[in-house]
Design a protein around this ligand. Structure first.
Ligand code: ATP
Length: 322
């Protein structure tokens, strides 16, 4: 696969014991999400810059005689604990690929808001690939894990590498921004979720059938936007004017309250605000960590969201909990 990450040791640190393997895995923002033409396979060609956040789920894989999954944590309510869960699918896919029995007890400590445009399900799938690869002693190379990740979902391959990276294709063809800097964000979490597929469908409806098929390939637009240089610069003022999300108008159509959430962030002094991915989480860029904490407190007090939190982004990676 083009643009896959380098040697296995560079993509994540994973710690294991004789008994179990735990992986802490980050949520993501899209600093730009440019949507190109609808493809014959039903997916859209996209150009994006992924940005991993210091907002984590923790997945533990323990030896077992069958495949089981349990969820706990603040954001775990109502999530499937069977094949409907992306982590379950990841364990089955890896076992089938490697020709080993899918025997593992998965536990997810869920903190990434669900269906929020933060790719929490993808994060759990990536954590499962890393944890089960280690638990089952497979030692698959990074490119192989990345290819499996691409089969599970558009954002799973990025969750394997973290940091900041340019994504092409469905988002699974990645080029890490090696010198990406850290930025500080306030996240406004909504009461409900939005279906990614439904938001893309609304974008297509708004574009109309002709433009939906002929929208320009976004790879060039990403390259010429100055965003990659802004990420490398570490200057939030420079980054602020380059945030972009083609899905934002569709997300606002489906959840009109998002216009008020974005306005509240601006009123609270954010440098810029954007709907994250397919929404409805909104991300507000701050000058520094202190400003991000102030913004989160002001957003929470404004009543424009279910909750708000501050998180740094850009250097977060799948990592180990001892
Ligand atoms: P993306 O940004 O990748 O589009 P998202 O943040 O909008 O994703 P997720 O939190 O990944 O959305 O959840 C999308 C749907 O996937 C949910 O409705 C949920 O039922 C299902 N799902 C399956 N497994 C998981 C998981 N481990 N964590 C969260 N959601 C999961």
């Amino acid at each position: 696969m083009a643009g896959t990450p380098g040697p296995r040791t560079s993509i994540a640190a994973v710690s294991d014991s004789a008994c179990e393997v735990s992986v802490r895995v980050p949520a993501k923002l899209n600093l730009q999400l440019l949507v190109g033409p609808l493809r014959a396979d039903g997916f859209h060609e996209i150009g994006t810059v992924f940005h991993a956040l210091e907002l984590f789920d923790v997945l533990t894989a323990a030896p077992a005689t069958s495949l089981t999954l349990s969820m706990r944590g603040a954001e775990s309510a109502g999530l499937p604990t069977d094949r409907g869960n992306l982590a379950w699918q990841a364990a089955e896919l890896l076992a089938n690929h490697a020709g080993v029995p899918a025997q593992v007890e998965l536990t997810i400590d869920k903190h990434i808001p669900v269906a929020g445009g933060l790719a929490g399900g993808s994060a759990d799938a990536a954590a499962t690939l890393l944890a089960c690869d280690r638990l089952w002693g497979l030692g698959l190379p990074a490119a192989e894990l990345s290819a499996l990740a691409g089969q599970l979902g558009s954002d799973v391959a990025f969750a394997l590498i973290g940091g900041s990276a340019v994504g092409a294709g469905r988002g699974e063809r990645l080029r890490p921004i090696e010198d990406g800097a850290q930025f500080h964000w306030a996240l406004a979490v909504s009461h409900g979720g939005l279906s990614t597929a439904a938001v893309y469908a609304e974008l297509d409806r708004q574009r109309g059938p002709e433009l939906a098929r002929t929208a320009p390939d976004p790879a060039e637009a990403i390259a010429s936007s100055g965003l990659i240089e802004a990420v490398a610069s570490g200057d939030p003022e420079r980054l602020a004017s380059r945030l972009a999300n083609h899905l934002q108008p569709a997300a606002i159509t489906m959840a009109p309250y998002l216009a008020d959430t974005l306005a509240a962030g601006r009123d609270c002094g954010a440098l810029a605000g954007i709907v994250s991915g397919s929404g409805p989480t909104c991300a507000f860029l701050a000058r520094d960590a202190e400003h991000a904490a102030e913004l989160a407190a002001a957003l929470a007090a404004s009543g424009a969201c279910r909750s708000a939190l501050a998180a740094a982004g850009g250097n977060a990676r799948a990592t180990v909990l001892a």
